[in-house]
Design a protein around this ligand. Structure first.
Ligand code: NAP
Length: 303
């Protein structure tokens, strides 16, 4: 039985692994994808992580990973299907086998929210993408559309504008949610055109994306924009479904836990983007990892 099982190897999970190993705990980290690092690996540039200005998200995530590995955390690639609470023993289930631990930190993060419009599913991977840094290179000198108005939409549009002929940003309001510095950069780019107060209502094309239909939010006008790629950046949804029966969530599915990462189940903690919180950043995720381990240590001492 491990002292601690951590589910998820994004910044929160890896930070927790480092802190837990420094506390002398035996640690097993689960990651369902072949590559860990969480959403950070798809971020072209991270400019707000103290001391590492301008580092790529991939490099930062790999540094976290190497650090956790060097600290002695064990890793397994498997999708966790659920956790059973038996008091002093927690069982973590995967399709292949079960694992046991005294405490568990849920740091499974979040995934892209879908737009849920016609064409999104059928053209996924054929012009519809949720990752500009992964797929942007396919659209050199082409026109693309970015849907959304948050940090990710702004970052994606800035990244795409480096190589694409034209980037339309379709946002449902008249102002962005993205950080001011990103907005400033975005608005300075000559090949970026903002389409305000509008949403993508359909993605057009048969074999490949050919364009999008965009409707004003007051529903008075619809226009077609010809484009080869559509990058959807309309937010995230927490990866909490496997734990929702056991743990309390808010109306959006985020696990209810305070800054100490303590959930309603003793010995199970929530850290990073999966937790209900105000600010979702790499720096707040790594802080959660440290807080969750501190709470887990207190729990283990009291067992
Ligand atoms: P987000 O901040 O939640 O923004 C989602 C955007 O999509 C919002 O502008 C929202 O519009 C729009 N939207 C949501 N549902 C929509 C729909 N059905 N149709 C059309 N538009 C829709 O999500 P995010 O940009 O993916 O970022 C996720 C989290 O990671 C955020 O907390 C963000 O701050 C953080 N992050 C930080 C950085 C950084 O610090 N550099 C980088 C990346 C991500 P409204 O504005 O009208 O709600």
């Amino acid at each position: 039985m491990y002292d601690l099982i951590i589910i998820g190897s994004g910044p929160a999970g890896l930070s927790a692994a480092i802190y837990a190993r420094r506390a002398g705990l035996s640690v097993l980290v689960f990651e369902k994808l072949p590559m860990g690092g969480g959403q950070a690996v798809n971020t072209y540039e991270v400019d707000n992580y103290p001391g590492l200005s301008g580092i790529s998200g991939f490099d930062l995530a790999m540094r976290f990973f190497e650090h956790a590995k060097k600290a002695g955390a064990e890793f397994v690639q498997a999708a966790v299907t659920g956790v059973t609470d038996q008091g002093k023993k927690k069982t973590v289930h995967t399709a292949q086998k079960d694992y046991e631990a005294k405490a568990v930190i849920l740091a499974a993060g979040a995934v892209h929210r879908k737009l849920n419009v016609p064409g999104e599913e059928t053209l996924a991977g054929r012009g519809v993408s949720y990752c500009a840094t992964c797929d942007g290179a396919f659209y050199r000198d082409e026109t693309v559309v970015v849907a959304g108005g948050g940090d990710v939409a702004a970052e994606d549009a800035i990244f795409l504008a480096r190589t694409c002929k034209k980037v339309y940003v379709v946002h449902r309001r008249d102002r962005l949610r993205a950080a001011g510095s990103l907005q400033e950069k975005l608005f300075s780019l000559k090949n970026v055109e903002m389409v305000w107060n509008a949403t993508v209502t359909e993605i057009l094309g048969t074999q490949q994306v050919e364009g999008v239909l965009v409707r004003t939010t007051d529903k008075t006008a619809t226009r077609r924009i010809d484009a080869k790629g559509v990058f959807i950046a309309v937010g995230i949804v927490p990866e909490s479904a496997a734990f929702a029966g056991l743990l309390e969530t808010d109306e959006d599915g985020y696990l209810r836990a305070g800054e100490d990462c303590v959930t309603n189940v003793p010995g199970i903690f929530a850290a990073g983007d999966i937790r209900q919180k105000k600010l979702r950043q790499i720096v707040t995720a790594v802080a959660d990892g440290a807080n969750a381990v501190t709470s887990a240590e207190a729990y283990l001492l009291g067992m």
